[in-house]
Design a protein around this ligand. Structure first.
Ligand SMILES: [Zn+2]
Ligand SMILES: [Zn+2]
Length: 388
């Protein structure tokens, strides 16, 4: 491929002119097309995508649009490639890049903030004030893969070096796609002011962020860790990831059960990952006076909240968006040390050509699917080799 002179490549990793990429047409319609391979600019590398996990937010974007924001509007019929939880191999370095080498395995964060606004300067790049200002005559340097710029349901993508996380050799491609999910859980606990070892936590909602929230909280020394949810198979995985107690909210009153397990006082923290309409009110009743709630999921409709209860009980409320404050680097360190087995939430793998089937498994939870991973052809079967 003809690249600018200041972009470094390596003959071991030849780069084609074009690649196969899924693009979004009308809502819910994806098609596989040929696209030019993107060219890395300053402080960017080109990543050959090996594996990518499907996220519930991908389904939101593909069917409804938001939170994707392409050229200031909805993402439909703009040649946009969704997908954001990917990992791969660095195959080209943009001008001046020496932080990551060609051939190095990396997993990626979603957000490269503009790097110049107040929030980016504070490490809160997921709440960048120049979000999506990267089209037309305006280029603030902001990227959010699969949200405001092209994502990973394709073969190659450019990434700012700030979004890269080195992947340990022993970590499989599938596990590496989960680093950003664990990083999101860890960011939530960071925003609460940091979880203090020996303090108690409820994680509500055993989706991928909730399940890895259990794992991260346990690894940080929380005691006890209580998980609530509606599906027994997911609660069982939560137990394997470190939950001391699980509560199926279909068979018992979760607030009552939590208060019983915490000597009637309630727990120190709640990580709300269910997005249930009453999630916040329930969390308030589960947490003790002066306790802290982190909201990592949200209901689709506006919901009434018992504000008086929050105020009278001095309850702290935090919202998080994605993975900030380099939490993904810390999550990868936890996973590299095998402090928990994130692969327990990975249930299915499909080749990239079968993306539509992979999305159906994730959307309809076929065969109890939790995390569905899609791999490009060159990376398929690699896990089997590594296991020998
Ligand atoms: Zn995601
Ligand atoms: Zn910014």
């Amino acid at each position: 491929m003809a690249l600018p002179e200041d972009v470094k490549t390596n003959p071991d990793f030849p780069i084609p002119e074009t690649m196969k990429a899924w693009v979004l047409g009308d809502p819910g319609q994806l098609s596989l097309v040929d696209k030019p391979v993107p060219v890395p600019g300053r402080a960017e590398v080109l990543v050959r995508i090996d594996a990518i996990a499907v996220c519930a937010t991908d389904l939101e974007i593909i069917y409804n649009g938001p939170p994707a924001l392409i050229q200031g509007g909805d993402p439909f019929n703009k040649g946009f490639t969704p997908g954001h939880e990917y990992m791969g191999t660095v195959v080209a370095q943009g001008p001046g890049v020496d932080e990551y080498k060609i051939g190095e395995r990396v997993t990626v964060e979603i957000h490269a903030g503009c790097g110049q606004c107040k929030r980016c300067r504070e490490g809160m790049y997921t709440a960048c004030h120049n979000y999506g200002m990267n089209y037309g005559d305006v280029d603030k340097g902001h990227r959010a893969n699969g949200f405001t710029t092209d994502g990973g349901f394709c073969e190659y993508q450019v990434n700012n070096i700030n979004t890269l996380v080195h992947v340990a050799d022993e970590m499989s491609d599938e596990e590496a796609t989960l680093v950003v999910t664990a990083g999101t859980s860890l960011y939530g606990l960071t925003e609460l002011g940091g979880l203090v070892a020996g303090e108690s936590i409820v994680v509500s909602g055993p989706g991928p962020i909730g399940l890895l929230g259990v794992a991260v909280a346990k690894a940080m020394g929380a005691q006890p860790v209580i998980l609530t949810g509606t599906r027994d198979n997911r609660l069982e995985i939560g137990t394997k990831l470190g939950a001391d107690h699980v509560i199926n909210v279909r068979s018992e009153d979760a607030v009552e059960a939590v208060r019983r397990l915490s000597d009637g006082k309630g727990v120190d923290y709640v990580l709300e990952c269910s997005g249930a309409p009453n999630g916040l009110n329930d969390a308030a009743k589960m947490v003790n006076r002066g306790g802290k709630i982190c909201l990592a999921a949200f209901p689709h409709e506006e919901v009434p909240v018992d504000v008086a209860y929050l105020v009278r009980n001095n309850i702290y409320l935090y919202g998080i968006r994605g993975e900030g404050k380099t939490a993904t680097h810390r999550a990868e360190a936890f996973m590299r040390q095998k402090r928990f087995d994130a692969t327990l939430v990975h249930t299915h793998t499909f080749p990239m050509s079968d993306l539509l089937e992979a999305l159906r498994y994730a959307k309809d939870r076929v065969e109890d699917a939790i995390k569905v991973v899609v791999k490009n052809e060159h990376a398929m079967g690699k896990e089997a080799e590594a296991a020998e």
